[in-house]
Design a protein around this ligand. Structure first.
Ligand SMILES: *Cc1c(COP(=O)(O)O)cnc(C)c1O
Length: 465
C-alpha cells in the first residue's frame, strides 16, 4: 500500500506516513508541505493499458495502486465511470492529429470546458465517499485563476458533506469563467472575489490552512492542484495519449500549458511509472517564472501580469515544490530552506545538481499575447480548428521544440468558447458555448467582494459578514 509524506517532513519529524484518505482530506500538509507518494508503482506491474483500452478502464488501473487502503479497485471503478459519464465525447479525451508528428489531446470535454474537470469530477466523488464513510463534513476552500473554481463548484454543488468557498481575483478572470462559478445556485457554494491577484488568493488559502484554530474549527480541506488526489487523477491521460499516438511504445513528448505545474507534474509521474516520454515542454505566457528557471537555474518571482491566458497568470507554481523535492533527493530540510528563502526574498538559486535532474526531463518556452493570437489564427488556417489562448501557448512550444519522428502531444486545456474575445480577435470567429451553457449570461450571479487580507477571509468563512 502506497504511503505519503510531506515535502517538508524532516529527519526529526513532520508528516511522514499517511494513507491516501488522509492526504485527500488534508490537501496541504500541516507543516506547509505537499504530500507525495513514497513509492511509485510501475506500469509494468499493472494490467496493460493499450491503444484500445477505454479511458475509464485505463484510469482505474493506473490510479488504483495510489488509493489502495482507502478505495478498492471496484469502488474506484464506479467513481471513475460516474465521473466521466457526462463528458461530451465517448473517448473522454479524444486525440487529433494536427500535422506530421504533432497531436492535440483534447481535455476540454467535461462540463466546465477546461481540463480541470478531468480531475475534479473524480476527486469530488472520492471526497464525498470518504467523508460519508467517516461521518464527517468539511469546508473546501480553494483559490482559482479561473478554471479550478468552476470545475470544483460544478463537481461539488449539492454534496451534503461539503461546503465550498472559492476565491477568485476580482476582475482578473474572464466573464464566462466568472459566470460559470457565480451562477451555480446551490446552498453549499460561496464565491469570494478578492481585491488582488491569483497569487494573493492562493496565499490567503495557504494562510487559512496555516491558522490551526480556523483550520480545525471549519475542518478546512483543499481541492486546489496542491491536493495529491488531483495530480494522480491526471496521470492516466498521459498514458492513454502515449499509447494512442505511439502504439509500439516508442517515446512521446508532451507540451503542457502551465500555471501551477499540476498538469505537467502528473505527466512526469507517468514517466516515473515507466511511460516512455522524451521531453516535457512547459509552456508559459508572459508570466514566465518557469521558463526563466529553465534558462538560469534561478527562481525569481515577479509581479503577475494579466494575459490572454489568465489560468496561467501565476508566478508561484505550487506543485513545482514536489519536483524540487524529488530532484533534491527528498530532503525536507533543504526544501523548507529553499522555499522559505524564495518566499522571503522572492528569489532563490536552485542547487545545480537539482537543476540537472530537472533539465533531463523538462524544457520551457514562453509566448506573449501577440504571439498567442498569431498561433490561434495560424492553427485555424492550417488545421481548421479553433483553439483557446492557453492551448495556443502550448502548440507554439510544441512546434518550436518538437523533434522529427517523436510524436509531440499538446494538451488542449480549455475550450475556445471559454475565451471568446481573444479567439474572435485572432480569427474573426466567435466560438459558441455548448447548449448546456447557452443561458449563462441570463443567470443571476452570487458573490461577495473581500479585501486581500486573512482577517477578511476568516470573517467571510465564519459567516461574520
Ligand atoms: C489550470 C489551467 C492551466 C494550468 O494548469 P496547471 O496544472 O496549473 O499548470 C492551463 N490552462 C487552463 C485552461 C487551465 O484551466
Amino acid at each position: 500500500m502506497i504511503r505519503y509524506r510531506s515535502t517538508r517532513a524532516t529527519a526529526s519529524g513532520g508528516e511522514t506516513d499517511l494513507g491516501f484518505g488522509e492526504v485527500l482530506l488534508a490537501g496541504l500538509a500541516p507543516d506547509g508541505g505537499l504530500y507525495c507518494p513514497v513509492d511509485i508503482p510501475a506500469l509494468s506491474d499493472l494490467a496493460p493499458v493499450t491503444a484500445g483500452t477505454p479511458y475509464a478502464e485505463a484510469a482505474t488501473t493506473i490510479i488504483a495502486p495510489y488509493v489502495a487502503g482507502t478505495f478498492d479497485e471496484a469502488e474506484l471503478g464506479e467513481m471513475v465511470t460516474a465521473a466521466y459519464a457526462g463528458f461530451r465525447d465517448p473517448d473522454i479525451c479524444p486525440i487529433h492529429r494536427l500535422e506530421p508528428d504533432q497531436y492535440l489531446l483534447d481535455l476540454t470535454r467535461g462540463p466546465t470546458l477546461a481540463f480541470k474537470d478531468m480531475a475534479l469530477q473524480l476527486v469530488a466523488r472520492m471526497l464525498d465517499a470518504e467523508l460519508e464513510r467517516r461521518g464527517e463534513h468539511v469546508t473546501v476552500i480553494g483559490a482559482t485563476s479561473g478554471d479550478t473554481g468552476s470545475a470544483a463548484i460544478e463537481a461539488l454543488a449539492g454534496r451534503a458533506n461539503i461546503r465550498v468557498v472559492i476565491l477568485h481575483p476580482l476582475g482578473r478572470v474572464s466573464e464566462v469563467q466568472r459566470r460559470q462559478m457565480t451562477t451555480v445556485d446551490a446552498a453549499n457554494i460561496s464565491n469570494l472575489a478578492v481585491r488582488g491577484t491569483f497569487d494573493d488568493c492562493q496565499d490567503l488559502v495557504k494562510a487559512a490552512f496555516a491558522d490551526t484554530v480556523l483550520r480545525s474549527e471549519l475542518k478546512l480541506a483543499a481541492v486546489n492542484s496542491i491536493n495529491w488526489a488531483r495530480v494522480v487523477s491526471q496521470i492516466p491521460y498521459y498514458v492513454v495519449a502515449a499509447r494512442r499516438v505511439s502504439p509500439d511504445g516508442g517515446p512521446v513528448s508532451f507540451a503542457v500549458p502551465t500555471g501551477n505545474f499540476g498538469n505537467v507534474l502528473a505527466g512526469w509521474y507517468g514517466k516515473r511509472m515507466g511511460l516512455a516520454v522524451d521531453r516535457f515542454v512547459v509552456a508559459s505566457n508572459r508570466n514566465d517564472v518557469l521558463t526563466r528557471f529553465f534558462e538560469t537555474g534561478r527562481l525569481i518571482i515577479e509581479s503577475v501580469e494579466p494575459s490572454l491566458s489568465p489560468s496561467m497568470d501565476i508566478q508561484v507554481s505550487s506543485n513545482f515544490e514536489r519536483l524540487l523535492w524529488e530532484a533534491g533527493g527528498r530532503v525536507g530540510e533543504a526544501i523548507t530552506e529553499l522555499i522559505t528563502a524564495l518566499r522571503t526574498s522572492g528569489r532563490v538559486e536552485v542547487p545545480a545538481s537539482w537543476c540537472q535532474v530537472i533539465a533531463s526531463d523538462f524544457d520551457g518556452l514562453r509566448l506573449d499575447d501577440e504571439g498567442t493570437l498569431a498561433v490561434i489564427a495560424d492553427v485555424l488556417r492550417t488545421t481548421e480548428r479553433l483553439v483557446d489562448p492557453h492551448t495556443a501557448v502550448g502548440i507554439h512550444a510544441a512546434r518550436k521544440l518538437g523533434k522529427h519522428g517523436v510524436p509531440m502531444v499538446t494538451l488542449a486545456t480549455a475550450d475556445p468558447a471559454k475565451f471568446p474575445d481573444a479567439v474572435e480577435s485572432a480569427t474573426g470567429r466567435r466560438p459558441e458555448l455548448p447548449p448546456h451553457l447557452a443561458e449563462l449570461f441570463d443567470r443571476t450571479e452570487h458573490y461577495d467582494v473581500i479585501d486581500n487580507s486573512s482577517d477578511s477571509l476568516a470573517a467571510a468563512l465564519r459567516g461574520e459578514r
